[in-house]
Write a protein that binds this ligand. Structure first.
Ligand SMILES: [Zn+2]
Length: 429
């Protein structure tokens, strides 16, 4: 099929002062060679005439056209100022409409890549699709993504509840060094506000302090996992905000307690860690899932397994406490919730309770107000539920980053709801 090069250039470039030199197919890839229309170029410093020193060709990955992967071969002008009094020396003419400096994707392709990343696509997939390197896609994402986030000054909405959560991101490299960061979410609008490079009090409090008044002074709720650091941040910077412990975090502790008891009892009974034939090992999923208590068959199976492997009823005890914690989240009034939470703590603190449950009861007592505040926050149509889903999205992108800023930009593109329409007016030079 014959494709008119001028047709292609209108689609691919569409710029009046860019001239097509040739179009060729190299295997499956279309190669379009272009140059800028330059007459009488002058030195940007002394404004005298300059002469052409070299015409290097630089290849840029472009968007496919008509199903054909495209390379834009840009025959550049390397110029030199001949004015002896001028310090300019040689320089290369650029054109940000074609491609930004340091990016091996055309501007069009770079903006497309960022939109794809924002909708959840990953870098490797895009690199394959464009037939370019992972680095090329990553660099384009970083530069154009950062420019978008800077330009999008209206990204954050007014909110009455934000959440702080620690997020692990793993640095690539031989040691897979683990680093912790702090994600800040607007849990009312389900939006990632920012990612902070540490989980230390000074940095996180400093970040919150720097927020505009309409963010930090209108906060009704500060949501957190059971972290003393984040609790202190809210207490110091936004003392009027009620601290709320997310349901997900409380349930996770309750489930961990059941699991801890199960593993200890099993070890004691069998003298080894869980194996597929052991009754408690078989029971481990039934102990966790919500359906168990609603399904008589599963319930009977669980009781049977516990009868075999839990002679002192310790696992059953922990399971009962976990179920009570789940019930706490189903109570209708805050009074009912408060009574139940106190009962759970008293029951779980008994001397006869397994030590894992006593530890859980201590945690629940330490965070009593924040755990109870979940009900109040829910009643006021506030935060909680959405936060965990949002964090799951962020955590999905949090692995394998060499560089925190890369992670931050990618997380914000993905979960920060940037206004992608701004891209039409964004210039990256
Ligand atoms: Zn000059």
């Amino acid at each position: 099929m014959f494709v008119d090069p001028n047709e292609i250039v209108r689609h691919l470039v569409g710029l009046k002062d860019v001239r097509v030199l040739s179009y060729a197919r190299r295997g499956p890839v279309g190669e379009l060679t272009v140059e800028q229309v330059v007459d009488a170029p002058t030195c940007p410093r002394c404004h005298q005439r300059v002469r052409v020193k070299e015409r290097p060709i630089v290849d840029y990955t472009d968007l496919p056209f008509g199903g054909v992967p495209m390379t834009l071969r840009w025959k550049k002008h390397r110029l030199i100022c001949v004015n002896k009094a001028c310090s300019m020396g040689s320089f290369t003419l650029g054109d940000h409409r074609l491609a930004a400096a340091g990016v091996m994707l055309t501007t069009r392709a770079a903006k497309w890549v960022v939109k794809e990343i924002a909708s959840g696509q990953n870098v490797s997939h895009l690199a394959r699709e464009l037939r370019c390197s992972w680095d090329s896609v990553n660099t384009a994402t970083r530069l154009y993504g950062a420019a978008l986030l800077v330009a999008d000054t209206k990204r954050l909405k007014e909110t009455t509840a934000i959440g702080l959560d620690e997020t692990l991101f793993v640095r690539e490299g031989p040691y897979k060094k683990k680093s912790w960061s702090t994600t800040v979410c607007d849990v009312v609008n389900h939006q990632l506000i920012d990612v902070i490079a540490t989980r230390e009090f000074t940095e996180v409090a400093g970040w919150l302090r720097q927020q505009p008044h309409h963010v930090k002074d209108r906060l009704d709720y500060g949501c957190l996992d059971m972290s003393r650091t984040y609790s202190a941040v809210f207490r110091v910077v936004t003392p009027k905000a009620t601290q709320v412990i997310d349901r997900f975090h409380v349930m996770r502790h309750a489930i961990a307690a059941v699991d801890g008891v199960r593993r200890r009892v099993q070890q004691h009974q069998q003298g080894h860690r869980g194996r597929s034939g052991d009754p408690l090992y078989k029971a481990r999923k039934l102990l966790v899932i919500k359906e168990t208590k609603n399904d008589p068959g599963l319930q009977a199976r669980l009781e049977g397994l516990l009868a075999l492997g839990d002679p002192d009823g310790e696992v059953a005890f922990a399971y009962g406490v976990k179920e009570a914690v789940a019930r706490f989240y189903l109570t209708e009034t805050i009074e009912e919730a408060e009574d139940l939470l106190r009962d759970i703590i008293d029951y779980g603190s008994k001397k006869s309770a397994p030590m894992e449950v006593r530890r859980l009861a201590r945690t629940l007592r330490n965070w009593f107000d924040g755990i109870l505040a979940w009900h109040e926050a829910r009643v006021s149509n506030g935060p909680t539920e959405g936060m965990n889903n949002l964090l799951k999205r962020v955590k999905r992108v949090a692995f394998g980053f060499t560089n925190f800023e890369n992670f931050r930009i990618r997380a914000l593109l993905y979960a920060g709801k940037p206004n992608l329409r701004l891209f039409d007016s964004i210039v990256v030079k």
